[in-house]
Design a protein around this ligand. Sequence first.
Ligand SMILES: Cc1cc2nc3c(=O)[nH]c(=O)nc-3n(C[C@H](O)[C@H](O)[C@H](O)COP(=O)(O)OP(=O)(O)OC[C@H]3O[C@@H](n4cnc5c(N)ncnc54)[C@H](O)[C@@H]3O)c2cc1C
Length: 417
Amino acid sequence: MRRYSVFAIAREAMRGHRGWPEQWASPEPKKRYDVIIVGAGGHGLGTAYYLAKEHGITNVAVLEKGWLGGGNTGRNTTIIRSNYLYDESAGIYDHAVRLWDGLSQDLNYNVMYSPRGVMMLAHNVHDVQVFKRHIHANRLNGVDNEWLTPEEAKAYCPPLNISRNARYPVMGAALQRRGGTARHDAVAWGYARAASARGVDIIQNCEVTGINRGPDGAVTGVETTRGTIGAAKVGVVAAGHSSVLMQMAGVQVPLESYPLQALVSEPVKPVFPCVVMSNTVHAYISQSDKGELVIGAGTDQYTSYSQTGGLHIIQHTLDAIVEMFPMFTRMKMLRSWGGIVDVTPDRSPILAKTPVKGLYVNCGWGTGGFKATPSSAHVFAHTIARDEPHRINAPFTLERFRGGRLIDEAAAAAVAH
Ligand SMILES: Cc1cc2nc3c(=O)[nH]c(=O)nc-3n(C[C@H](O)[C@H](O)[C@H](O)COP(=O)(O)OP(=O)(O)OC[C@H]3O[C@@H](n4cnc5c(N)ncnc54)[C@H](O)[C@@H]3O)c2cc1C
């Protein structure tokens, strides 16, 4: 793999940028691999990368029914934070923040990680109590989080309306300064390029239509739209379609799939310095480096596999946005879209072995898995390579829904479902 550097850019500038090689190879599928990963989102591509880099397993295929990064990875609002409530969550989400910090250097790919601070607004007494509880719990786990008065919140984010007459008055905010954003496509592309360079086959336009099992019940491979492919280990990382895939192997997972929407405005000069989230009104906002306001909305009330969404949800979100930030009243919205999020009963993910030998699942990230991409991939690779969970993902089992050891993060999820 040719390294990206300032010298490479200068050299290519001199010769009209004609010498850049393809970022990743597009091979034909082989008959057999050691490991197959289903789903080329950030989590799947990252898993393949860490399998190769940290465990020396390079005979790996990542199978993707569409184009890589075209699922939720390329549709999300890219908010990164680790201010969840429970110890288990602090473990996995803060591991991610630490990995984000050096990810561009590790991948030799600028993922544009920007720790500009994530501020969560409290609009009522319940919000104030919940956020203060989170702040204390976070600090006990070494995760930064601090309480701001309405005036301090406005000083951190000047466009914020803190008028007491507002329909959603701001009673304070929880600020995680290490939180921020990254460029979603670059994360998928960076992992794809680095995995491909280590020998991983990334096969796009290859839908998995069946999971094959031998007489002993163990996984033997998958059926795809490009033929049968063998493997003793299969990792399913298919976000909103995880339950569909797991059913192919006869495994039930407690997931509901909902459309979640986002939209962007026309681009403007830098006006919005941080990320602001309001869980109560289901609106969150930041500004991309291109200048667009990136706005996240709530989930549809009903389950669906339609990657669109209802206009009424966007309208509700924009109502809230212009009330909280009156200066955006005359902004034009450019485009909106939806993704299918996979929601578990306790709003925490499942990263685990399954009852089927050789079948592993990484799902249930719901409305908030982008932030965890590096850590999820890192510990899932460990789980597949060693056939046992990493200590960080050990609590995120499938069995917890049978035994009752839930990790209830409903209050910390950005979007109530
Ligand atoms: C609108 C929206 C906003 C969001 N905002 C945030 C946010 O601000 N912060 C945050 O942390 N998270 C956010 N999320 C959640 C986040 O996007 C996801 O949790 C995360 O991207 C999941 O990554 P993934 O790699 O698991 O899934 P994906 O990127 O969806 O990858 C799964 C892949 O599996 C493929 N696939 C499915 N079925 C098959 C099959 N049968 N065969 C082959 N391939 C298959 C899909 O095509 C897809 O490419 C948001 C989500 C949405 C939709």
